[in-house]
Design a protein. Sequence first.
Length: 108
Amino acid sequence: MLFTTVPQTNMNHGENLYDKLNNVHATLRKSRDDALRGKQLAEERLRISRKDREDAERKDNEMREELRRLKEKAVEMKSTNARMEAENRLSEKEVSCVGLEIESKSIV
């Protein structure tokens, strides 16, 4: 009878060990899969962040170029405005002179 119980105990011990190893293997496989998925998600976040940064840099460059263009246009408009004001002052003087001439002719 001892011989029949000893092999049964050894068999149960072997099955228990096999089950434990399978559990460890399954746990390690799940950990590996989780780590791989985490890596993939991190890579995707990095790709999105890089794209967002590139988009922001491109937008920044476009805005800087637009600002430069607007500054040039403002300088040009100030120059044109100053020229037009000078011409306007001359026209006012001419109108004043013509007005004086008309007054002097009407008085005479």
